[in-house]
Design a protein around this ligand. Structure first.
Ligand code: VAH
Length: 315
């Protein structure tokens, strides 16, 4: 049976690239881009698009009725920094949006659902280095709280209703195609744009703030590899720890200077995103992803930096 795949939140940093990759793998008309605003990426991504709001049950029901999707990727969310500016909206969108989609997936017999979690589910009392799949998790952002609760709901819908929902705890994702939206790790994207434009960047995270990160190509490949894995291989139904690399702003600046020798990194003090980052792990243990579905990252800091500068220079 041909796959019909909805990507909800298709205009976002992940969605933009996920739609492109899924349309490369499947026929373009099998992948429906869904968002609350029309896509602004170019015609090469032309294909089915629907206006979808995950908080509008009538709208969602109409879309599920029209397409009867075999797979749904739900990416719509408010991220960590934006979520702190609008906590109730972040909870509503991240939590009720998920529950609405899980319920319609059951009603319409969707075979597989993907929902992203984040390292934001860990908190100040979680182990900082090589953070394990199971440990103390005391998130102190609404985004992290909603992702931790969402993980529990995903496991509940699997255990109680047999819904094949799968999830990954994304680290900070770095990409050049779509600008990020309101994340704490977004400094690692803006720095490249500013390095090329101005030769300098004012980081809102301190020099020693080491965080788990990943190049978007690895994240997209890993997401699809997880979704394509046989259900018998999936042992985690909350959300998988998932690791690429870890670095701090100083490490990244040193790598950028290999290409832009005069690049100058400065630091802004007392940005609220510093407190968010201080509550997150520095590195992640993803041995279960490696064991269950043979996850292997391909981008280290050198390759990531090369790819970001090469693509941004192309304009
Ligand atoms: C954020 N980019 O900064 C997201 C991500 C691990 C961080 O979830 O909020």
């Amino acid at each position: 049976m041909a796959e019909i795949i909805l990507v909800i939140g298709s205009n976002g940093q992940i969605g933009t690239e996920l739609v492109t990759e899924l349309r490369r793998i499947h026929h373009i008309n099998q992948v429906v881009a869904c968002d609350i605003r029309r896509p602004d990426y170019d015609t090469k991504n032309a294909g089915p698009f629907e206006f979808v709001s995950v908080l509008d049950k009538e709208n969602l029901k109409a879309i599920f009725t029209k397409y009867k999707p075999t797979q749904v990727y739900l990416l719509a969310a408010l991220l960590s920094a934006t979520g702190e500016q609008n906590p109730k909206l972040a909870w509503d969108l991240n939590m009720n949006g998920l529950l609405n989609v899980l319920d319609f997936a059951i009603d319409f017999g969707t075979k597989r659902v993907y929902w992203p979690s984040s390292i934001a589910v860990f908190g100040p009392n979680s182990p900082k280095e090589n953070t394990p799949q199971y440990c103390t998790m005391d998130p102190n952002t609404v985004y992290g709280i909603s992702k931790l609760a969402g993980e529990r709901w995903c496991e509940y819908y699997f255990q109680k209703y047999g819904l094949d929902v799968r999830s990954i705890r994304y680290p900070g994702l770095i990409s050049w195609k779509a600008m990020p939206g309101g994340g704490t790790t977004d400094y690692a994207i803006h720095i490249f744009h500013e390095a090329l434009k101005k030769g300098s960047y004012n980081s809102f995270l301190s020099a020693e703030t080491k965080l788990p990160m990943m190049y978007m190509d690895d994240a997209i490949r890993g997401t699809i590899e997880l979704m394509d894995a046989p259900a018998t291989q999936i042992s985690i139904r909350s959300s998988y720890n998932f690791s690429g690399l870890s670095f701090n702003p100083e490490d990244l600046a040193s790598e950028i200077k290999k290409h832009i020798p005069n690049f100058q990194l400065n630091y802004i003090q007392n940005d609220p995103r510093q407190k968010i980052a201080d509550g997150w792990p520095k590195s992640i243990n993803d041995e279960i992803s490696k064991k269950d579905w043979q996850w292997q990252p391909k981008f280290d800091l050198e390759k990531l930096t090369l790819e970001m500068l090469r693509n941004l220079r192309k304009g």
